[in-house]
Design a protein around this ligand. Structure first.
Ligand code: PGA
Length: 251
């Protein structure tokens, strides 16, 4: 049985005080929920204070990116070791905004994934096709490339620390959610890929989150699909009550 995991990706939003206020509001709304793993992912500058506010709660914390070195002359980058130091258990890697706005490649993401896992972080690894790729019949080819190249070389033990987030780019921040059937089709395809590459045990155990305009109103029908194991939530995660509504819908 795969435990549902719901993460809020706050993207480039919230000053320190706003981040802390959001988790202070969230804590009582999800207190006692133990059937869902809950993660919030603030900006780097809010991590330390947010981690302090989350201490002792059932909410974990993730960063939105991490680099491939532990320290050194890499101006502007952040090491996984530094994220662990401020209380992160997780990092998001391969978000579509990093792939398509910041130009991160499958090979670079594979390097980031290995480095983060070896440092002791768990990873939400994002994949997903653009609208033109879906309309051009390329969805399966894109997911195949992103999984094959992005997760190359992972061991069975490393896979226990990885969650896949399927986020069709056309559904991110657009209000246009994938239908439960579309999500299930892509998730089942992705699980099949993992099975072919890494075997049935890894494929059965790995959790696949859906992301793209998830809200309280559509969470229940999406999570009801057998291959949908959680959510990566953007816009609706910014407010404690709308994020808690998604957690409750899935709990
Ligand atoms: P959204 O973002 O929920 O606002 O569509 C999801 C994401 O980018 O992780």
């Amino acid at each position: 049985m795969r435990k549902t995991i719901i993460a809020g990706n706050w993207k480039m939003n919230k000053l320190v005080a706003e981040s802390v206020a959001t988790v202070e509001a969230l804590k009582p709304l999800v207190a006692g929920v133990d059937t869902v793993e809950i993660v919030v992912c603030p900006v780097f500058t809010s991590l330390y204070a947010t981690g302090q506010a989350l201490a002792g709660s059932n909410i974990q914390m993730g960063a939105q990116n991490s680099y491939v070195k532990a320290e050194g002359a890499y101006t502007g980058e952040i090491a996984p070791q530094m994220l662990l130091d401020v209380g992160c258990q997780w990092t998001i890697l391969g978000h579509s905004e990093r792939r398509h706005i910041l130009g991160e490649t499958d090979a670079f993401l594979n390097e980031k994934l290995h480095f983060a896992l070896n440092a002791g972080l768990k990873v939400m690894f994002c994949i997903g096709e653009l609208l033109e790729e879906r309309e051009g019949g390329q969805m399966e080819a894109v997911l195949t490339r992103q999984i094959t190249e992005g997760t190359k070389g992972l061991t069975e033990a490393q896979w226990e620390q990885v969650v896949i987030a399927y986020e069709p780019v056309w559904a991110i921040g657009t209000g246009k959610t994938a239908s439960p059937e579309q999500a299930e089709e892509a998730h089942a395809f992705t699980r099949g890929l993992v099975c072919n590459l890494f075997g049935a045990a890894v494929a059965d155990a790995v959790r696949i989150q859906y992301g793209g305009s998830v809200k309280g109103e559509n969470a229940a029908e999406l999570i009801a699909k057998p291959n949908v194991d959680g959510f990566l939530v953007g816009g609706a995660a910014l407010k404690a009550d709308s994020f808690a509504a998604i957690v409750r819908a899935a709990a």
